[in-house]
Design a protein. Structure first.
Length: 60
């Protein structure tokens, strides 16, 4: 590989790493994909099958 190929490969790797890091940060801010935050209703939000993140303005 010449210098230009090496630089291009390094840039691509850095872009991929940044993308994965930002996706992980967004997932953490949402509360994590594996542990959704549920409503504080007596049934724990299970009856409607909705997470707090599913609420939309002007909805129910």
């Amino acid at each position: 590989m010449d210098e230009a190929d090496t630089r291009a490969a390094r840039l691509a790797a850095n872009l991929r790493a940044n993308l994965h890091r930002r996706k992980a940060q967004a997932r953490d801010l949402r509360g994590g994909a594996a542990s959704p935050v549920r409503d504080e209703r007596p049934d724990g939000g299970q009856a409607a099958g909705r997470d707090i993140g599913d609420a939309r303005p002007g909805g129910e």
